[in-house]
Design a protein around this ligand. Structure first.
Ligand code: 5AD
Ligand code: SF4
Length: 465
């Protein structure tokens, strides 16, 4: 029996640990929040389990950005009803944006749920577990305070790849893009204290982490909610994080183009560890639609940002988010999005059909685009983006790049998988043995849609990226 199984069997037979199953839906913020909830419950007698049927507690961390994500959450929560009937001691906690938004409505619709908690309440989860064990009745913890501060928290590295981690730098959003539910579910922007962020990064690096991704709904407005005398801008924060000794790669997401400053572009010239990737959601290529979306920039301003980034970092990989079928989007508006895509030539793009999300303001706009038309526009966009992604990957053949190793690739012994600074998956053969987080220099030999193939770069051919 492998050591891990002996450990699980031993602790199980002594009934020391309870099994915790976590289902996470949605974005990286949710992934990070699930890691925090897991760590807090591990400190309170729970152990992560991949087996839902034998769980003593289940957390469903939900996303409500589009109707489909919300339906997925409800259908998973609904599927737990039977298990709860068979095992009334099972604790079911629903976290994330659907929980925040629905609160009491969810308790009525899903009475088998014990705890409904919003994103600001995740740090209270062990307490909520104790309360539910004592009271055995549903608890709702979805209050949102403007005085909320993100607690200091030092993560452990028990799960996941050991060399990379997300660090949350802020929560919430103040932008109120008219289609978006986030400001209602995650609340107003709250920046985390700079000292806590740096302490977390230093702690992670001291524990062996080599790559950090700073997370926020709109990282460029980091610090805007802090008192003037304590305020640190996002570019300054990046510089301070980049100075943490031992950190090898630094990333961040997500940015609203309206707040992308020249100071941030300069970071790409000055900070050697800042990865060459920028996710810059444009949402639409039509000025009329952008105005209706309340995005506060025009296509021309967006293209100037793209130029600035490419001047600062010529090989930067650009990715984006697009919504098709926003209320009032005409065929000409959609064509403008296609034109923009041809101008920028994104490395990849996430694209979505518009979904009406009450209480977001766009719900009051007349939904003029039929579902069929939305699906058609989405297919046209995605097909063309697929071609551009393939062309962009093809352009990389022959280039020598540094990859950070993630582990052995699915292709088996001697085959390794890593990520480029652009965040592309690169697979290559090497007789060497690596640990996650090691760097290797490879030359791209072949492009595939989702990844690149490479071979070790001959030492005499090594030159900078
Ligand atoms: N409908 C469709 N897509 C949406 N997004 C946000 N709200 C909606 C919505 N109501 C997309 C945006 C955003 C990404 C995270 O999700 O493109 O950037
Ligand atoms: Fe939503 Fe706009 Fe805020 Fe992004 S910037 S979370 S799209 S409101």
């Amino acid at each position: 029996m492998p050591t891990y199984c002996i450990y699980v069997y031993f602790t199980w037979s002594l009934n020391l640990l309870k099994n915790l199953f976590i289902e996470t839906i949605g974005c990286q913020m949710n992934t990070r929040d699930s890691e925090i909830m897991l760590q807090l419950l591990e400190q309170n007698g729970y152990s992560l389990s991949a087996d839902l049927a034998s769980a003593d507690a289940v957390i469903v961390n939900t996303c409500s950005i589009r109707g489909k994500a919300e339906q997925k959450a409800y259908s998973f929560i609904g599927s737990l009803r039977r298990q709860k009937e068979e095992n009334p001691d099972l604790i079911i906690a629903v976290a994330g944006c659907v929980a925040q938004q629905e609160g009491e409505k969810m308790r009525v619709r899903m009475p088998h749920v014990d705890i409904i908690l919003g994103p600001q309440s995740i740090y209270q989860l062990p307490d909520l577990f104790l309360q539910v064990a004592a009271a055995r009745k549903g608890i709702i913890s979805t209050s949102q305070s403007t005085d909320f501060t993100i607690p200091s928290f030092l993560p452990d590295l028990k799960h996941g790849l050991p060399h990379k981690r997300f660090v949350t730098i802020m929560q919430g959003c103040n932008n109120y893009c008219t289609y978006c539910i986030v400001p209602y579910t995650r609340g107003r922007e709250v920046s985390r204290r700079r000292s806590d962020i740096l302490a977390e990064v230093q702690h992670l690096v001291a524990s062996g982490v080599r790559e950090i991704t700073l997370l926020g709904q709109n990282v460029n407005s980091y610090g805007n909610d802090q008192p003037r005398e304590e305020r640190t801008s996002f570019p300054d924060l990046l510089r301070q994080v980049a100075a943490v000794s031992g950190l090898v790669r630094l990333r961040f997401t997500t940015s609203n183009p309206k707040d992308l400053s020249p100071a941030l572009m300069t970071c790409f010239q000055d900070l050697a560890i800042l990865c060459h990737h920028f996710h810059l959601p444009v949402q639409s290529g039509s000025n009329a639609v952008l105005a209706k979306m309340n995005r506060h920039y025009t296509v021309e301003q967006y293209l100037a940002q793209v130029d600035g980034l490419r001047q600062a970092c010529p090989d930067i990989s650009l990715t984006t988010d697009i919504i098709v079928g926003f209320p009032g989007e005409t065929a000409a508006d959609f064509q403008a999005t296609m034109d923009l895509m041809e101008k920028v030539r994104y490395d990849s793009a996430f694209s979505f059909k518009y979904s009406s999300r009450p209480p977001a303001k766009s719900c009051d706009f007349e939904d003029t685009v039929s579902d069929e038309e939305k699906a058609q526009r989405l297919a046209i966009f995605q097909n063309r983006q697929k071609e551009i992604t393939e062309e962009r990957h093809q352009e990389m053949v022959g280039q020598s790049l540094e990859v950070m190793i993630e582990g052995i690739s699915k292709m088996g012994q001697g085959q390794w998988s890593g990520r480029s600074s652009h965040n592309l998956i690169v697979n290559f053969h090497s007789p060497a043995t690596y640990s996650p987080g090691d760097l290797e220099r490879v030359t791209i030999t072949e492009s595939c849609f989702n990844s690149l193939r490479a071979e070790l770069t001959q030492k005499e051919n090594v030159k900078n990226d």
